[in-house]
Ligand binder design. Structure first.
Ligand SMILES: [Zn+2]
Length: 602
């Protein structure tokens, strides 16, 4: 892209929140006069089709309403659409104002959501890109919001009032769209980790939420991660936490993150336990925070100068998402917030998502990463048979790598710190560069391992490795409640039919001819339903042939389902000393791997 032009004013956006009741953000974009583009070819404007960190074409431009343009003296300027998200203005020797509304009704971390209570937006949903001026400074003025609202963002302030309204400024367009903004009424907690100021903003929390406890716990995670990498890559950090009845998600940014989390899973004052829900919150914070290093700064070549109009392809998401998924739970353990057993349970859940179904035998990790846009982000009911997750199998690869390195006196932590030093400020090339780098840092030959792990479709044999760290891995059935396998996920909330939701390849339901969408109304002549199916099938034994009656596209069908023994394709991880005797070396290795670190300075 072009270099910044010294004598041009910043590209300026005025955002008006006075019609929040209509879910609108009113935008006025000021285009300067005197630039080459305005005089000769005219301005070209576009909105991103996707947001970095979320690999799906989302067509944000569909939410723009009533776009029009005028010169500063009020003359109309024609706008010609070039495609679904790009517009052309004619040459003009005057400054131009482009106005449009953005309709904001998506309650997610990826887009924008506005109502009379609050506004949240990502710049990729709101700010039109001015082609040719991407490297210019971009300034933003926030105005027109209700008097009791405040602003939370790390977009650099220029001149704002004590509520945060006023003028902000980003160095360039890429920076501009990397600072999510929350406005409204919220709770704020503050702390310093390694001397760096941190804030966590809670929108619509339960009034009795124990904010101080959460701040203390998350600050330990942050300090642990800063110690891990050796430095904080930002001068301040902001967690934006949007609370809801349910929902779960996070999106990473350069010095902030936007999260959605269930309100009732956060601890209330007086509660001291780390519930599974709260553990999930801590892991989510650890995950997005880890991305500040791993993917926001250590990033693939394909993610520099992003073509936000079309997908950016990388085969390395196993590193960016998989390794981050391995380290998120591990950081919560290292920060001393959960027990070793609770950590192993979380690790087992990650592994079990990776090994369920047959997807890992049909797609390699590199393919999973490359096809993220159309496969991982657009999963259907056959995904368990067809694709593997770069998150979960990537985490399993990280685990195995970490344990192999630890057996030889190293660790993946040391390797990550070296990757940070080497690639923190320069793009990470596609291909095997990072594999060779890890080999060089660890002085190990890992060629075979990477070949199998990243470009192979075989099971990964992690249990013997875990055994050497005093962790017993035992294969178990998907459902501890049932002594038979039907080879399908069948259920739903319909009180008249049990719906076939997922059919696992080569297992009883598939052999019986059931397909997803089939509706079962009776088992051996007795009525069933979504809620009842499990109880009914549980009373049979492996080898029993069960007569099912139901509908496919409204036509009556009969199936004979021959139940089999449960498939032992899931794993239970336990501290070996609780199960069997364990050698002292294994205990010492486990201590090095999993002991809580002395409370990091905060
Ligand atoms: Zn992630």
């Amino acid at each position: 892209m072009a270099e910044a032009v010294a004598d041009l004013p910043p590209v300026h956006y005025r955002l008006d929140f006075s019609r929040a009741h209509m879910r609108y953000i009113g935008v006025c974009l000021s285009l300067p006069s005197g630039a080459t583009a305005s005089d000769t070819t005219g301005w070209r404007l576009s909105l991103p089709a996707w947001i970095p960190g979320s690999y799906l074409i989302r067509d944000f431009a569909k939410n723009l309403v009533g776009m029009n343009a005028r010169t500063v003296t009020g003359e109309p300027v024609a706008i010609t659409p070039l495609d679904q998200q790009t517009w052309q203005l004619p040459p003009c020797d005057q400054a131009i104002e482009v106005r449009y509304d953005v309709y904001c009704a998506d309650f997610s971390v990826r887009t924008a959501h506005v109502d009379p209570d609050h506004a949240f937006f990502n710049g990729s949903s709101v700010f039109l890109r001015v082609h040719g001026l991407e490297q210019q400074p971009h300034s933003v003025c926030l105005e027109g919001a209700p008097a009791h609202w405040r602003v939370a963002t790390t977009l650099p302030e220029v001149a704002v009032d004590d509520r945060g309204f006023g003028d902000y400024r980003a160095d360039d367009y890429e920076a501009l769209i990397d600072f999510p903004v929350e406005m409204g009424v919220f709770e704020v907690v503050r702390w310093a980790s390694a001397g760096v100021p941190h804030r966590m903003v809670f929108s619509h929390p339960h009034p009795k939420t124990d904010f101080a406890r959460i701040a203390q716990d998350v600050s330990r995670v942050c300090s642990t991660e800063i110690d891990f990498f050796g430095e904080a890559p930002f001068s301040r950090y902001l967690f934006l936490v949007a609370l809801d009845r349910q929902g779960f998600g996070g999106l990473e940014h350069r010095d902030s993150t936007a999260l959605i989390f269930p309100r009732d899973d956060l601890p209330l004052i007086g509660e001291t336990e780390v519930t599974p829900g709260y553990q999930r919150f801590l892991s989510l914070c650890a995950h997005e925070y880890f991305h500040s290093w791993n993917v926001k700064r250590i990033r693939p070549d394909a993610f520099t100068q992003l073509p936000l109009a079309r997908p950016a392809h990388t085969r390395l998401l196993w590193l960016f998402e998989g390794f981050t998924s391995y380290f998120d739970d591990w950081m919560v353990r290292r920060a001393g917030l959960i027990t070793e057993s609770a950590y192993l349970e979380a690790l087992a859940q990650t592994i079990n998502r990776a090994v369920r179904g047959k997807g890992w035998s049909r797609q390699t990790l590199e393919e999973s990463s490359f096809y993220a846009w159309t496969r991982f982000y657009q999963q259907d009911e056959n995904a368990v048979n067809a694709i593997v997750s770069y998150y979960t199998r990537g985490a399993l690869v990280a685990l195995m790598l970490d344990l192999q390195l630890r057996l030889r006196g190293g660790s993946l932590a040391t390797v990550m710190r070296e990757i940070w030093r080497e690639f923190g400020a320069k793009p990470l090339p596609e291909g095997e560069a990072v594999e060779r780098f890890i080999e060089r840092i660890s002085a190990l030959s890992l060629d075979d391992f990477f070949e199998r792990a990243l470009r192979g479709t075989e099971p990964l044999d992690f249990a013997p490795l875990l055994a050497r760290f005093g962790v017993n891995a035992e294969p178990v059935a998907e459902s501890a409640l049932s002594s038979v396998d039907a080879g399908a996920i069948i259920g739903g909330d319909d009180s008249r039919v049990a719906k076939v939701q997922v059919v696992f390849e080569d297992r009883p339901a598939a052999q019986a001819g059931l397909v997803s969408g089939d509706e079962i109304i009776a088992v051996d002549g007795l009525a069933t339903s979504g809620a009842d199916w499990g109880n009914r099938i549980r009373r049979y034994r492996a080898g029993d042939a069960v007569q099912l009656t139901g509908f496919r596209q409204g036509r009556l069908h009969q199936w004979t389902l021959v139940l089999s023994e449960p498939v032992l394709n899931q794993w239970r991880l336990q501290l070996a000393c609780e199960v069997t005797a364990v050698e002292p070396e294994a205990l010492s290795r486990r201590r090095d791997w999993l002991a809580a670190l002395p409370s990091a300075s905060s």
